[in-house]
Design a protein around this ligand. Structure first.
Ligand code: FPP
Length: 228
């Protein structure tokens, strides 16, 4: 098993970041894309091997048409601008979630990006788009039915999350990686996503290493005796 962490982030607070500055919500999403660049660059330095970012949930389709279409454009532009950099820096990009409802040009860009970055080994970047964890679990259940095991489920859904970060002070999972977060350490930070920095990521990883992960067991006996 690899020692590299799987960190997952619920990037929350773009709208509030913009409102606090008297800007339209989409300005918060644009600034959020800069925070995405910062975090991708910093993640491997903090021992993160897999990074899953919640970029668009199934529920986000209920937002005003104008915001949804601006977000789709922003995601497309991000892929156009960043794919080359991902190739140069060893980032393998992969989208998770449904693709059949995303705009066709965005799907083409995603597929192109996935193809071009497939050899990357420094960071496995997973972008959750039109994503719902419940839908992903249901889908896996339908595909596996009677032959389902924990291992086969995990294979279809994705690797276990070690560290789940949510920005903006909210303390919910919002249908993100419910199965994969079974043993994840949850770190909630008040920072709005557009203001999230390399130092914030470092602080979350430090917090993760301060926690004692027992996976339902007890602390090793030597440890217990030492502190008795
Ligand atoms: C949540 O903030 C954020 C989103 C629904 C969109 C996330 C998108 C980005 C960070 C930008 C682009 C992403 C990539 C991968 C380039 P919110 O809008 O719910 O904020 P609020 O709760 O303050 O209203």
């Amino acid at each position: 098993m690899s020692d590299l962490l799987h960190a997952a982030i619920i990037m929350d607070g773009n709208g509030r970041w913009a409102r606090e500055r008297g800007l339209p919500r989409i300005a918060g999403h644009h600034e959020g894309a800069s925070a995405v660049r910062r975090v991708i660059e910093a993640a491997p330095d903090f021992g993160i091997g897999t990074l899953t970012l919640y970029a668009f949930s199934e529920d986000n389709w209920t937002r005003p048409e104008r915001e949804v279409s601006a977000l789709m454009k922003l995601l497309g532009r991000y892929l156009v601008q960043e794919t080359k950099r991902c190739m140069e820096t060893g980032v393998r990009l992969q989208a998770i979630g449904r693709r059949d409802r995303l705009p066709a040009p965005l799907v083409s860009l995603l597929e192109e990006s996935e193809r071009k970055t497939a050899a990357g080994t420094r960071l496995h970047l997973r972008l959750a788009l039109d994503y719902s964890s419940r839908s992903a679990i249901l889908d896996a259940a339908r595909r596996l039915s009677a032959s389902a095991t924990e291992e086969s489920f995990s294979k279809l859904l994705g690797p276990d999350v070690d560290l789940l970060i949510r920005t903006s002070g909210e303390q919910r999972l919002s249908d993100f990686l419910l199965w994969e977060c079974a043993y994840a350490e949850l770190v909630f930070t008040p920072r709005m996503w557009p203001s999230f920095t390399r130092e914030d990521l470092a602080a979350c990883v430090e917090e993760f290493y301060r926690r004692e992960r027992r996976f339902g067991g007890i602390r090793p006996v030597e440890d217990v005796l030492r502190s008795a």
